[in-house]
Write a protein that binds this ligand. Sequence first.
Ligand code: MLT
Length: 234
Amino acid sequence: MKTIDVCLSPELMHLYPVQDKTVVVVDILRATSCMVTAFAHGVESITPIANLEECQNLKLRGYVISGERDGKKVEGFDKGNSPFEYMGEQVRGLKIAFTTTNGTQAIEKSKGAKDVIIGSFLNLNAVAKYLLLNEHNVLVVCAGWKGKVNLEDTLFAGALVDKLKDYLGPDCDAPLAAQHLYNIAKDDMVSFLNASSHVRRLNKLNIHDDLKFCVTPDQYTVLPRLINGVLQLR
Ligand code: MLT
């Protein structure tokens, strides 16, 4: 049986060898939800970048630059980090350079993996299907918040473990913990997450609409993959 493991924070990645694994990077609020939404609406590519200045410099090379720090859009950037900014005809065909507080850092740390894909509730089924057909063991990398564990990424990991439970076995206790948490929360994830640190942070910034959308399963069927450092649909 193939295995599934969950790394609850990128700071724990040294414990998980990834070179022979498929890594699913998840940042439910909101980086990977934005990425999935953007691809579903026709963007051509997203180049995830850890460093702010490096991302900024890509503007001169014709990229749309998107970014957030501490939940706020970066001054001078074209777009921030709400999925609603990545919908509609205006995003079709764009090449986006994207930097976020945690999501793009987690992608950076996953680069040594056999395969890196982008997960969110919005494309949960597409992720699960891909992992079923793929031959490698799986590691879900939760982006968390500045090295700390968060609830929303853990819930996604749990949803995936639960969906794949008949096909992929847990590699340690983190997938089981995530699965239990998901089963407690699944009937009303919005209420469950209201007490979470990032929802409280977003509320303080007057960002109220993103949560409900970001925890809605299977809005899209796209599966972004990291190929030569660039996210694309293949
Ligand atoms: C991140 O990468 O830390 C975020 O997606 C934060 C946010 O904008 O909500």
